[in-house]
Design a protein around this ligand. Structure first.
Ligand code: AMP
Ligand code: ZN
Length: 463
């Protein structure tokens, strides 16, 4: 088994060798919980869930420790709390729960740890104290700032020159900074904002709160350790967020690297643009999940290689549904077949090659084609292998009967509607009103519903 991963820091594909194969560590920056995440936000959750599964397959179920955080203290949350006139904890709790439900619907496994930033304030303060003691941080205008000139390697991940860094996203120019690229570790909170009392040695007058970058550095150290194997996130996080995580952590931890491999996923797009709240071109899983099974969305998100941009279109979703239907039709032949076999090597190899999902999907199609040409035990064995591959990738977890009852798209009859019509049809038959019974049947047929009358009444599926 050789896993290769494209390491954004090295700018090349590297063979993945964990520091300790019995404890492979991975951290992915999670959501800021103040509203509904859009489907673009879910690309990282799904991509790194797949990596989590591939690592567990390679190193053993219990050998992989995966942490994905919730950012539950942030200016955007404070604004949301003021706008909605609701306590911060209520908002963050609500949206963290929704995020968990929605990721679960996309067959995203629960990470080993889901730390919340507010649970690590002490660790954040300890990190800042260390940085102040080492001369890598300074106090200015009631802020604690990181001094980027104290860290020679600053910029090694983003490989940006100084001007580009300062011009880059989320770098705030303020008169009290020694260097415009210096960033906030801790900032003052007004009386109506959440805040914590800082250690007296910092010499601050009032309460304050952590900067976003500091949160991740502290959670990584607190949950996983000083150096982790893999750090992941969306490509926009490379700078300044991950660059700053590296600077803080390496300075505080005597130069220990923060992560041995850096992975970044590409954006989900709408047309030529990034899907983003500020552009207003977002689609919410909340809405998608009323129309599509979560596996359809997962298939769509994994259909392109994770580093490539992926355009989100209705056609992509419909095509994903059609492709999954073809697998489920075969799986329906032996609905209870366990995944006894290992997934086929070609699919495992594709995934171990920097998560090559297009090739892995091609392998699934090939396996299905082969199974369809077989009979009897050989056919059942091929289906079982297909199920094992599906388990690795996070697909085919649904009961095929339920799969074909799930809504297939906008305007389709819901399972409840269909059930109600079947009841009406049974009543019409009982009353010997066969014209009405036939009329209901025709209506269902036109809606693409196949009815099968059996000894226990009628059952249905989508054609
Ligand atoms: P934002 O909501 O823009 O603050 O982004 C939160 C997280 O979602 C970040 O980690 C981004 O990398 C990620 N993200 C935002 N928009 C997209 C997108 N269109 N495609 C993929 N990831 C995204
Ligand atoms: Zn982070």
């Amino acid at each position: 088994m050789t896993i290769t991963l494209y390491d954004t820091h090295a700018r090349e594909k590297r063979v993945f060798t964990p520091a300790d194969p019995n404890r492979v560590t991975m951290y992915v920056c999670g959501p800021t919980v103040y509203n509904h995440a859009h489907i673009g936000n879910f690309r990282a959750a799904v991509v790194f869930d797949l990596l989590f599964r591939v690592l567990r397959q390679a190193f053993g179920h219990d050998a992989v420790v995966y942490a994905r955080n919730f950012t539950d203290i942030d200016d955007k949350i404070i604004s949301a709390s003021k706008e909605q006139n609701a306590p911060i904890e209520e908002i963050t709790h609500k949206y963290a729960e929704i995020y968990k439900e929605e990721t679960a619907a996309l067959n995203v496994l629960e990470p080993s740890f889901e730390p919340r930033a507010t649970g690590f304030i002490e660790e954040m303060q300890a990190l800042v104290s260390t940085l102040i003691d080492k001369g890598a941080a300074y106090i200015a205008a009631e802020n604690v700032l990181f001094d980027v000139n104290s860290f020679d390697e600053y910029g090694s991940l983003a490989r940006l020159n100084r001007d580009d860094m300062v011009a880059g996203a989320r770098v705030e120019v303020a008169p009290y900074k020694r260097d415009p690229a210096d960033f906030v570790l801790w900032k003052p909170s007004s009386d109506d904002e959440p805040g914590w009392v800082a250690p007296a040695s910092w010499g601050l007058a009032g309460r304050g709160r952590p900067g976003w970058h500091l949160e991740c550095s502290a959670m990584i150290k607190g949950v996983l350790g000083e150096t982790i194997d893999i750090h992941g996130g969306g490509q926009d996080l490379r700078f300044p967020h991950h660059e700053n995580e590296i600077a803080q952590s390496m300075c505080a931890n005597d130069g220990a690297p923060l992560a041995r491999y850096w992975l970044h996923n590409g954006f989900l797009r709408m047309g030529d643009e990034k899907m983003s709240k500020s552009l207003g071109n977002i689609v919410l899983p909340k809405e998608l999940l009323t129309r599509w099974h979560g596996e359809v969305l997962r298939w769509a998100l994994l259909s392109a290689h994770y580093r490539q941009p992926l355009e989100w279109t209705d056609e992509l979703i419909q095509q994903s549904k059609r492709q999954l239907d073809r697998f489920y039709r075969l799986l329906a032949e032996v609905p209870t077949a366990p995944a006894v076999d290992a997934p086929p090597p070609s699919i495992v190899l594709a995934l171990e090659d920097d998560l090559n999902t297009p090739e892995a999907f091609a392998g699934l199609h090939e396996l299905r084609d082969i199974a369809q040409q077989l009979d009897g035990d050989a056919r059942r064995a091929a289906i079982s292998r297909l199920k094992a591959a599906g388990e690795l990738l996070g697909f085919f977890g649904e009961d095929p009967a339920i799969w074909f009852q799930a809504p297939g798209g906008e305007g389709e009859m819901s399972a409840a509607d269909i059930q109600a019509r079947l009841v009406a049809r049974a009543e019409a038959r009982q009353a010997k009103d066969f014209a009405k019974a036939d009329q209901i049947r025709d209506e269902l047929t036109r809606a693409g519903i196949v009815i099968e009358d059996g000894p226990d009444g009628a059952s249905w599926r989508r054609a």
